[in-house]
Design a protein around this ligand. Structure first.
Ligand SMILES: *[C@@H]1O[C@H](CO)[C@@H](O)[C@H](O)[C@H]1NC(C)=O
Ligand SMILES: *[C@@H]1O[C@H](CO)[C@@H](O)[C@H](O)[C@H]1NC(C)=O
Ligand SMILES: *[C@@H]1O[C@H](CO)[C@@H](O)[C@H](O)[C@H]1NC(C)=O
Ligand SMILES: *[C@@H]1O[C@H](CO)[C@@H](O)[C@H](O)[C@H]1NC(C)=O
Length: 465
């Protein structure tokens, strides 16, 4: 049964990844070292304690049917429970290795479902998923002080359970084989327990979209195997700990939409595999690290909505792999650095609502991948250096409005003048900005969005599958 399912796993994961940007998963089978399980199933020979534990879990979570009566052999092909995977152990018993609740085709969760801490009594369990499962009855992530799944559990994924509340318990440290911990989109609150950071096997940690408070513990630097770290959309305070620079193989860092203060720690320059960083919507200020240009794997730098109030650093122009650079609503001053025109792979540049002055660098018109350029609501001036080809390509994704000093070279064809900027020398003043009709969106926009989304996710799909 399971020797044939790794492909369908990969496909399932691929589809999940496509629909859920912040969801990480691993084809666990590939990393399957302990416990040693035999591939040939003997489905009727289930460990009686595990069988009874499974019935109790099912009764706590699902009321689809009376599982004891209708499906007394959970692992037996033909009458196997949905959302369960089993493996033959070397002890000649069959063991449950994976449980999946809430998603399509898996057991649905009843309104009175609560978190079944019995799962931690299943000694061969490797992966558990509860998606949109605890929705009506308040429940908490409780982990008993002694657990038998400690050495086997590699993936715990609890997502979109709005009735899952309370803190992350310190006993989380018992799950010392965890590689993937996803606690996203629940109602968890309280501080992130220091004990979480003893889980040094973690590859992906996702705590996003909860109500976690306090600071990001310094101990985060102990998670040396982390590839993805997401703590976005909480209410975390304090500064980004400098120990973050110890996460040497980190590829994705998302701390956006918190209350973080201070500046980006200089140690971040050590993260030279980082592909994606999002720090938007915090209270970060001050200077960028001197070694910013060392982050030369970066493709996405998203840092809108922070009180920066400094000149735009030219070092961004050295991050040649950048595809998206978002620095809007952050009080940036000075001119748009000439170095930005070297970012040949840039597809999105968002600099709107800052205090930028001077001319638009001519070289921006040579960025052949760009499809979204927002420079609106600054104090830019001079002649817009784009030709009609550029205007047509970007269509409504080009926004230059709210820069009273900008104007268009009057000799350009008039049908391109649909971007909210007046014609130089018209209406009495050389740099008079005159309101213009909205244009149609560029026909390629939908494709580009899709392409771009695929690019963001593609990085992870390639990595994980
Ligand atoms: C796996 O189980 C089969 C059937 O019971 C047995 O013949 C084989 O020796 C087992 N393999 C291992 C590695 O235990
Ligand atoms: C730009 O993108 C292309 C296509 O995705 C890629 O082959 C190339 O290596 C990228 N350039 C840089 C500097 O990363
Ligand atoms: C540009 O930014 C402004 C201000 O945030 C926003 O209102 C506008 O919709 C953006 N334009 C485009 C084309 O994204
Ligand atoms: C305006 O357009 C004319 C004709 O294409 C060109 O000669 C001139 O250099 C342009 N001026 C600027 C500032 O781009």
């Amino acid at each position: 049964m399971c020797s044939s399912c790794s492909f369908s796993h990969s496909l399932k994961l691929f589809l999940l990844l496509l629909s859920l940007p912040s969801f990480f998963s691993l084809p666990i089978n590939a990393h399957d070292k302990k416990p040693h399980l035999n591939k040939t199933l003997q489905p009727n020979n289930m460990d009686p304690f595990e069988l009874e534990t499974l019935f109790k879990i099912m009764e706590t979570v699902s009321s689809d049917r009376n599982w004891r009566l209708t499906n007394p052999t959970p692992c037996k092909p033909g009458s196997q429970w949905p959302g369960i995977e089993c493996k033959q152990g070397v002890d000649n018993h069959v063991h449950v290795s994976r449980l999946d609740f809430g998603s399509n085709h898996f057991p649905s969760c009843k309104n009175t479902a609560t978190f079944p801490s019995q799962i931690f009594n299943l000694p061969y369990l490797q992966s558990v998923f509860f998606y949109h499962c605890f929705t009506h009855t308040k429940t908490s992530l409780s982990i008993p002080p002694r657990i038998s799944s400690a050495s086997s559990l590699q993936q715990l994924s609890l997502r979109s359970n709005q009735a899952l509340t309370g803190p992350i318990p310190p006993q989380i440290s018992l799950l010392n084989s965890l590689q993937i911990l996803t606690l996203s989109q629940n109602n968890l609150n309280g501080k992130i327990p220091d004990q979480l950071f003893t889980l040094t096997s973690l590859i992906h940690l996702d705590l996003s979209y909860n109500f976690l408070t306090g600071t990001i513990p310094n101990q985060v630097g102990m998670l040396r195997n982390l590839v993805g770290l997401d703590m976005s959309y909480n209410t975390l305070m304090g500064s980004i700990p400098p120990t973050i620079g110890q996460l040497g193989i980190l590829q994705k860092l998302d701390l956006s939409s918190n209350l973080l203060t201070g500046s980006i720690p200089p140690t971040i320059e050590k993260l030279n595999l980082l592909v994606f960083i999002a720090l938007s919507n915090n209270k970060l200020g001050g200077k960028f690290p001197k070694g910013l240009a060392k982050l030369n794997s970066l493709q996405y730098f998203l840092m809108d909505d922070n009180p920066m109030f400094i000149p735009l650093p030219f070092e961004f122009g050295r991050l040649l792999k950048l595809q998206e650079l978002r620095l809007a609503n952050s009080g940036y001053t000075g001119t748009i650095p000439q170095s930005f025109t070297q970012l040949k792979n840039l597809s999105t540049l968002s600099l709107q609502n800052n205090k930028l002055v001077g001319e638009i660098p001519v070289g921006l018109s040579g960025l052949s991948h760009i499809y979204h350029l927002n420079l609106s609501r600054n104090m830019l001036s001079g002649v817009v250096p784009f030709n009609s080809g550029f205007f047509n390509r970007l269509g409504r994704n080009l926004d230059l409005t709210g820069n009273p000093g900008l104007c268009l070279n009057g000799s350009e064809p008039l049908d391109s003048l649909k971007i909210g900027v007046g014609v130089c020398g018209k209406n009495n003043s050389p740099y008079m900005n005159k309101p213009l009709k909205k244009s149609q969106a560029s026909p390629s926009h939908g494709f580009c969005l899709l392409f771009n989304l695929f690019n963001i996710l593609g990085v992870w799909v390639i990595y994980l599958i």
